[in-house]
Design a protein around this ligand. Structure first.
Ligand SMILES: Cc1cc2nc3c(=O)[nH]c(=O)nc-3n(C[C@H](O)[C@H](O)[C@H](O)COP(=O)(O)OP(=O)(O)OC[C@H]3O[C@@H](n4cnc5c(N)ncnc54)[C@H](O)[C@@H]3O)c2cc1C
Length: 378
């Protein structure tokens, strides 16, 4: 640490850590929560490079979801049933943990249902998915515990006021949260338990063997007995050999819309595009499939190609005849890999990681956090 830190700062703020967590997203904050609940006396610090968390956790769409049928059909084309079922189980259990940890009212959880929409031009895909409803209801019963998850709901097309949509499949157990409120609640929960979060603190290197770790950052060096890497898409800067590929997701939000007809979470095109209501507005995001290579980046930014396609879908299909202004546009970065399974492991003695939620960390992040906290032995 720089000599300019006072005696008090060095003694009380900057030393004596049992565990340092890198990254203050859902996974990093929840890992701190689980460690503190297990062992309240632990001294835990979280180092976060951003002024606010700079990954996906404050930038996502807030879907509390576990899979639309076309997405799952797509996954099953290349993955065994057991792997897909395990992934859904992780999403479902993760959501239960998130809700238990913070409470439904703090995160504004609402179970308005999820809807997968199919355009008129996608009749073959729609029919294939509809034919599969009964199979998926049986397939998911062991993990969701219900037998009536998906059902045809095309009679709602008129009520939603959409144009060019011919089929809808409803998932009645899907919900939505307010992402900002969830992150504030998580942050204040861990801070209330005595965890210190250091912002603008970019970790450059981790040194040390099986005893104490030295964490070198742009603010100086920290020492801790154990380190958890919860840096998701950015993990390659610190551990290049891990299979985590960044994938940027772009989002827009309209101005408030009078008599907004849609309510719930909506999936389109195998989950690559999604929209929902929030505060009387529409949030619409995705479109990474339009430019996979260009979006394989940790750089923030929106592109006219993807934003224009999102706007086209909004104005022509979701709210035909209306043209509300777009008031917000942003991006966030997710961590993907060949396997659907996240990476939760001890990389070397005392150095752990919990990364790669494959774009579903609102759902499975709390579970990963608990798993990595269980690996840490102090
Ligand atoms: C546009 C978008 C929409 C999404 N929608 C949904 C959804 O509806 N439902 C869902 O389940 N999931 C969704 N996700 C995915 C979900 O947000 C992520 O999977 C989840 O937030 C990952 O959490 P995390 O804690 O692992 O990583 P992050 O939130 O990415 O946190 C990693 C943190 O590490 C910090 N960091 C990185 N490197 C360093 C370093 N060297 N030193 C210090 N700090 C560092 C970063 O600044 C960042 O804050 C979406 C993601 C995006 C981008």
């Amino acid at each position: 640490m720089s000599n300019l830190f006072s005696y008090w700062e060095q003694k009380s703020f900057l030393s004596g850590f049992d565990v340092i967590i890198i990254g203050s997203g859902i996974v990093g904050l929840s890992a701190a929560l689980y460690l503190k609940l297990k062992q309240p006396s632990l001294k835990i610090g979280i180092l976060e490079s951003g002024f606010l968390p700079a990954g996906a956790s404050t930038k996502n769409a807030g879907f509390a979801c576990f899979g639309s049928i076309s997405e799952l059909v797509n996954e099953l084309e290349s993955k065994p049933e057991s792997e897909v079922l395990e992934m859904i189980d992780m999403r479902w259990r993760g959501l239960e943990k998130l809700r238990n940890n913070l409470g439904d009212s703090a995160i504004c959880f609402e179970q308005n249902g999820g809807y997968e929409v199919f355009k008129e031009s996608e009749a073959d895909l729609a029919n294939h998915c509809i034919d599969k409803i009964s199979w998926f209801n049986t397939f998911l019963k062991p993990v969701i515990g219900k037998h009536d998850i998906y059902a045809v709901s095309s009679d709602k097309i008129a009520a939603f006021g959409m144009n060019g949509i011919s089929n809808i499949i409803k998932n009645k157990y899907e919900g939505q949260i307010d992402t900002g409120k969830m992150m504030i609640a998580l942050l204040s929960r861990v801070q209330g338990l005595g965890v210190t979060v250091f912002n603008n603190c970019q970790v450059q290197k981790i040194e040390g063997g099986s005893s104490d770790k030295i964490i070198i950052s742009n603010q100086g060096s920290f020492k801790a007995k154990s380190v958890i890497l919860a840096t998701n898409a950015f993990i390659k800067d610190l551990v290049p050999e891990l299979d985590v590929i960044p994938g940027r997701g772009q989002v827009l939000i309209t101005e408030p819309i009078k008599q907004l007809k849609i309510k719930g979470t909506f999936h389109y095109n195998r989950g690559y595009t999604y929209f929902r209501n929030i505060d009387g507005r529409i949030l619409l995001g995705g479109g990474r499939n339009l430019d996979f290579k260009g979006e394989e980046t940790t750089e923030p930014g929106v592109t006219s190609g993807i934003q224009n396609e999102l706007e086209k879908l909004l104005y022509e299909t979701i709210i035909p005849g209306q043209k509300p202004k777009i008031e917000y546009r942003w991006s966030g970065v997710m961590g993907f890999g060949k396997d659907l399974k996240p990476i939760v492991k001890e990389i070397s003695p005392g150095l752990f990681c919990a990364v790669r939620c494959n774009g579903m960390g609102v759902a499975m992040g709390s579970l990963l956090a608990e798993q990595v906290a269980d690996l840490v032995e102090i």
